[in-house]
Design a protein around this ligand. Structure first.
Ligand code: PLP
Length: 262
């Protein structure tokens, strides 16, 4: 009889988007498509469709800690991915989980707004990222809006990322793409502020859930044993393929096809 294959486990702590375009459904799809096992802990429920988000309903922070502890005590978690946390109380609860598991790589997508522009997080969560969560981040994956909020008062992604590295995170994958340029440039900024630049052609259409897809793919590749630079390259290539095969499930934005196999 063949042995049971070792499937890397990714603990995902994130919010639910009932359209399945972003949030924990996107995370589960990307992590599964990359041959890892997702262990999902839900932080907030949202009311949203592919056009925008309308309401955020945070869950009990103690319940979130209990869910994560149940997984961490039972399974050898290879990486942790944080998505939408929603408010400062949940941010603090999640930092208490990370505090007790310092050896596990942590990929943090500091979600603050929905692709449609709606706010998804209370403003006091920014302080919790800076003071309590960044010190645990192996990689932080902010978009331009998020890095501007977190890296204030600096301007420019490299200077803003330097503030975040000084707060204790190991790498920042600063996503571009907010301005309508033909190409999208993402920057990986790491120890000693070394910079690796990745340029991707902008694909037509407005996409919901591409940030979740990228950060979860990154967590999956890190869980599989890739170093951060390789994981960042592979995760961007996977996300770009998922966007190329994207589709429009509702009346609004397109979503990446994370289950597409090539
Ligand atoms: N997490 C949840 C629950 C969301 O609803 C959203 C966006 O609407 C996100 C994360 C971030 O989505 P994106 O990957 O489009 O940045």
């Amino acid at each position: 009889m063949r042995g049971i294959p070792k499937i890397p486990i990714v603990l995902v702590i994130a919010g639910n988007d009932p359209s399945g375009g972003a949030g924990i459904c996107a995370d589960i799809q990307a992590i599964s498509a990359l041959d890892c096992h997702p262990a999902p802990v839900i932080t907030v429920l949202t009311v949203q469709d592919t056009c925008n988000a309308y309401r955020v309903e945070p869950l009990d922070p103690n319940g979130i800690v209990e869910q994560a502890n149940a997984v961490l005590q039972d399974m050898p978690v290879a990486a942790i991915k944080l998505g939408l946390l929603g408010n400062a109380e949940i941010g603090m609860a999640v930092s208490s989980i990370l505090e007790k598991h310092r050896g596990i790589p942590v990929i943090i997508d500091p979600v603050l707004i929905a692709t449609g522009g709606a706010s998804l997080a209370e403003s006091d969560l920014v302080e919790v990222y800076l003071e309590h969560l960044l010190q645990h981040a192996t990689v932080l994956t902010p978009n331009e809006f998020e890095i501007t909020q977190l890296g204030y008062p600096e301007t420019g992604r490299t200077a803003q990322a330097t503030i975040l590295l000084n707060r204790g995170c190991e790498f920042v994958l600063a996503k571009g793409g907010d301005d309508p340029t033909p190409d999208i440039t993402n920057l990986l900024i790491g120890p000693g502020t070394q910079v690796e630049e990745f340029t991707w052609p902008r694909l037509p259409g407005s996409f919901h859930g591409s940030g979740c897809t990228l950060s979860s793919a990154l967590a999956a590749y890190v869980a599989r044993g890739e170093d951060v630079a390789a994981a960042a390259r592979l995760a961007q290539a996977y996300t770009s393929r998922a966007i190329q095969h994207g589709w429009q499930p509702g009346k609004g934005q397109h979503i990446p096809n994370r289950m597409h196999s090539e």
